[in-house]
Design a protein around this ligand. Sequence first.
Ligand code: F0G
Length: 351
Amino acid sequence: KKRWPGLINAYKQYLPVSSKTPIISLNEGNTPLILSKSISDLIGNDTKVYLKYDGLNPTGSFKDRGMTMAISKAKEEGREAVICASTGNTSAAAAAYASRGGLKSYVLIPDGYVAQGKLAQALMYGAEIISIQGNFDKALEIVRKLSSEYPINLVNSVNPYRIQGQKTAAFEIVDDLGIAPDWLCIPMGNAGNITAYWLGFKEYAKIKKNLKLPLMMGFQSEGSAPLVKNIIVQDPETIATAIRIGNPVNRDKAKIVKKESKGDFQSVTDEEIIVAYKMLAKEGIFCEPASAASVAGLIKNKNRIKKESTIVCVLTGNGLKDPDCAIKNNDAIFQKNIEPSLKNITKILGY
Ligand code: F0G
């Protein structure tokens, strides 16, 4: 069996790299496409629902796909530092890949709104962390301006190499299924990932004859739904802190994706997100709240789905990223301060 070489090496002919590009990789990509029995059964009508579990990337989110490209290209350009604004996952990926490539990374994050796992990663991977008294949108505004004036590469999804790397997830889905799904359900924050997937499907359709393109279904949290409402949200709020974004930079690109694919953008409530989050975990798949928005959104559209559809929901980040959310939102029986005797435990088990 051939060893997975990382997504740049695997899909080199489709990516803007050359023999001169130093490939900075953690063997990202090749994540599992898991058939969900519980969600398929819930949708019914012989629908097959697959989960693209991108939380199994090296730093636990899909950002690694974009970051291997962005950092490799920064290195090729001879840059010594990169910067990003982040709700957490981008900062973790940027820090990891920058360190691996010998580059310095600076990350701007919103005070108090980055999940613990992500913060731990940025700290460990060696980023310089600047936590601002403001939200993601403010942080992005600052780093965009800064990177346009100084020799430091911006590695947010306005960086075109990020989109190039992330499109490989669509390739993997088609390679796995042999077809493109009828629907692709995906959470949206800055809308870089939905843009990347659509690019990937379209590029593969040019190469692979008769590849039918999916409807692109993008989901946002109700308290943070600028693309659904077509507005700028000044104070976005949601339990899904990863997608707590009020002014997505890829707004125009996302609109084109929706139009071209005949898809839709909809919002889901935090409560609906948590229902989906728990449902997935009960089947053994632990994702972060933002990722569960894709499944929550699908469930909302149950009655719109044609018989025998194939659907892929993208699970963008690992559940371990946000332990606080899991500890606060579960139905587990968790008994504490138990006297450690065999008799006592036997009684608890009901034998
Ligand atoms: N899911 C997760 C887990 C994310 O971290 C993000 C974005 C998204 C979905 C949305 O992707 O922005 O391409 O539409 N996180 C960014 C970050 C903003 O800083 O980590 P998008």
